[in-house]
Write a protein that binds this ligand. Structure first.
Ligand SMILES: Cc1cc2nc3c(=O)[nH]c(=O)nc-3n(C[C@H](O)[C@H](O)[C@H](O)COP(=O)(O)O)c2cc1C
Ligand code: SF4
Length: 487
């Protein structure tokens, strides 16, 4: 292991009671008991139809037992289109399951945890094709291909479409680069992926018209079923983050300049606010740095934060990276995964690969955004995340002005009770995350996400786990073992 996990200092119950971490905070209209936050994590437990399942209820119920101030439900699709086992909210048939989820979290947190849901839109992405199939079926052959192949060979190409496809498939890599466009090469080598800049496609050109009502309807549904707030997903590799990105050079007023790139995210917020009213909590998650070449940096993010705060976001949750642009090439038959390149490593930093240790390493971004928001006269709370795993680190981040709320994803996955253990002065009983991303590798395969500690340190058999509480392959616990409190 490259970076050791620093020893933790846990507070006594008295110290915790008077700490900033366990003091209340207001997110616009929403009063929250403490500055502790479990950010969105997709556990791959929704049904193929996007419905809440019993396994999903167990997942959120178990996270709620740690009584974080806020628990954010995973990225949830706002459209009513098949999306595999991604949780969805784009139709009234999802309401019953989501209402049950809210009940379970209220029950198991003793009413202490406020529950938000992260609302996501994403564009189409295809798996990396087999080379033969790409040339036989997927490539849209045009007269330009014919012309470029002719140029390459110094004689006009005279065959029919089938000949052209066969000849292209037989070209060496260097020659292929002369005949296919960079985008076509990318489609072949990584699988095709829509971008917000593909304005030649009608549904992409129309996103500024189609998205505000979709987000508004989803937020209104979230409010109606009983969530305490919504988090608009403006981060990572998805549609809204791509509008915010410096790579967005749309020429229709929704890109190309800072104002243009901010326009749709602000219009979505306005539509959501009209739908839910002023007394419902609406915030967003966005990137402090995209990390990718040509992408937005912290100076852009500060401007985004100021614009969102002025426009009435009730909180700003800061993440980093997680982009497709620098993702590793997927194997044939798999889709690119946006957490495999340098930007992914920045998003979920590990102790293994990065030059810097993961612990609190993205806080400087939250701090810069917070300073800019405060300088603009807004008190909007800022949520910091990234390797936050210890009381002293969390408390220092709050007292020194890095952020107003501390979010911990993987530490809360490793031991959901860690917040409560800290609060009760029982820090010595906390199981500490190893930050080696076993969980994230499962996410990458769209397998049910679990933590290595649940099995390796606790064992399956000894805690009476039934078959139903194991993963589909029967090998892993689906939820962390219960906290058996010593007297
Ligand atoms: C399994 C897994 C799933 C995740 N899913 C989401 C998600 O749906 N939305 C999101 O904004 N971030 C997601 N994240 C990122 C986390 O919310 C968090 O920003 C990141 O893990 C860094 O925080 P940490 O160091 O406390 O884990 C996910 C992380 C993990 C490990
Ligand atoms: S699997 Fe590893 S990185 Fe993920 S939560 Fe568990 S200990 Fe942490």
């Amino acid at each position: 292991m490259k970076h050791p996990i620093p020893p933790a200092h846990w507070p006594t119950a008295e110290v915790a009671a008077s700490s900033r971490l366990f003091s209340p905070v207001r997110l616009g209209p929403l009063e929250v008991n403490s500055r502790t936050w479990v950010p969105a994590m997709v556990p791959w437990r929704a049904s193929e139809e996007g419905q809440v399942t019993n396994a999903l209820l167990d997942w959120y119920g178990r996270l709620a037992e740690g009584r974080p101030g806020v628990l954010v439900v995973e990225a949830t699709g706002i459209r009513d289109v098949p999306s595999g086992p991604l949780l969805r909210i784009g139709h009234e048939r999802f309401e019953e399951g989501l209402a049950r989820l809210i009940e379970v979290v209220a029950e198991r947190s003793g009413g202490e945890t406020r529950l938000m849901i992260q609302l996501i839109d994403f564009l189409a992405i295809r798996r990396r094709p087999e080379r033969d199939k790409y040339f036989a079926r997927f490539l849209k052959v045009e007269s330009a291909h014919r012309a470029r192949l002719g140029e390459l060979r110094g004689m006009e190409f005279e065959g029919d479409e089938a000949d052209l496809r066969a000849d292209l498939a037989a070209l060496a890599e260097d020659d292929l680069a002369c005949v296919l466009s960079p985008r076509e090469i990318e489609d072949l080598e990584r699988g095709s992926r829509e971008r917000v800049t593909d304005t030649h496609l009608e549904h992409i050109a129309d996103l500024p018209t189609s998205l505000p009502p979709l987000f508004a309807a989803a937020a209104e549904r979230a409010r109606r079923v009983g969530f305490d707030g919504v988090e608009l997903h403006y981060a990572h590799a998805y549609t809204m983050a791509s509008f915010l990105s410096r790579l967005n050079d749309r020429q229709d007023g929704y890109g190309d300049s800072l104002e243009g790139r901010l326009r749709l995210p602000l219009e979505v917020l306005a539509a959501v606010r009209r739908a839910v009213g002023p007394d419902f909590c609406v915030g967003c998650r966005f990137l402090g740095d995209e990390i990718i070449a040509g992408g937005s940096r912290i100076s852009d993010a500060c401007a985004h934060g100021e614009a969102f705060a002025r426009a009435g976001m009730d909180f700003l949750s800061i993440s980093v990276g997680g982009k497709f642009e620098d993702a590793r090439q997927p194997r044939v038959g798999a889709a690119a995964y946006p957490y495999t390149g340098p930007s992914g490593a920045a998003c979920m930093p590990t102790v293994l690969e990065s030059e810097r240790a993961p612990f609190g390493r993205n806080l400087h971004l939250a701090r810069a955004i917070r300073e800019r928001v405060r300088a603009a006269g807004c008190n909007t709370p800022v949520v910091g995340a990234g390797g936050l795993n210890d009381f002293d680190l969390a408390e220092a981040a709050l007292l020194e002005g890095d952020c107003d709320i501390v979010a911990a994803a993987r530490q809360s996955l490793a031991d959901p009770d860690w917040w409560r253990k800290m609060h009760l002065g029982r820090g010595a009983e906390i199981a500490r995350c190893k930050y080696t991303n076993y969980c994230e590798a499962l996410d990458q395969k769209h397998s049910q996400v679990t933590c290595q500690l649940w099995d390796r340190e606790f064992g399956l058999a000894d805690k009476g786990q039934s078959e139903a509480q194991r993963t589909d392959d029967g090998k892993r616990r689906l939820t962390p073992p219960p906290w058996v409190q010593s007297p």
